[in-house]
Design a protein around this ligand. Structure first.
Ligand code: DHK
Length: 147
């Protein structure tokens, strides 16, 4: 069983730090990546942290995580609310996927209340900012311990 937690980030998350900081916080994506890496290390896991603005690339990476990762943390950004392709990719693999959002999507516009991903994910964490990534690592680690 691979020891790597894949952390996949979708469109516009490369803009974190300057993008709507009142909604998404002030940390940059590389800063969140190193936070995730450091936390995973304390639990004995490596991270593979990536970002793409392209739906098909995220689909490719999810498929890759089906063999190469013990868990996937996915913030699909706006594709959360639109992408049947990403949903189908998650449904096609056995690797557990945790859906993460920095913001509380349920306290925002109605179009953000629906996710194509939530019911094929193991769980959903939203509204805790960058800490959500750390919580998701804890969730994967505890899920793998119980198995
Ligand atoms: C990030 C985005 O880019 C939005 O499109 C989602 C999510 C919410 C977040 O909170 O991390 O609606």
């Amino acid at each position: 069983m691979p020891n790597t937690i894949m952390v996949l980030n979708g469109p516009n998350l490369n803009m974190l730090g300057s993008r709507e900081p009142e909604t998404y916080g002030t940390l940059t994506l590389p800063e969140i990546g190193s936070m995730a890496k450091d936390h995973a290390k304390t639990l004995g896991y490596d991270t593979d942290f990536r970002q793409s603005n392209h739906e098909g690339t995220l689909v490719d990476w999810i498929q890759e995580g089906g063999d190469g990762a013990c868990g996937i943390i996915l913030n699909a950004g706006a594709y959360t609310h639109t992408s049947i392709a990403i949903r189908d990719a998650i449904a096609a693999i056995k690797t557990p996927v945790i859906e993460v959002h920095l913001s509380n999507v349920f306290a925002r516009e109605e179009f953000r209340h629906h996710s194509y991903i939530s019911d094929v994910a193991k769980g959903v964490i939203c509204g805790f900012g960058a800490s959500g990534y750390v919580l998701a690592i804890d969730a994967i680690a505890s899920m793998l311990r119980v198995k």
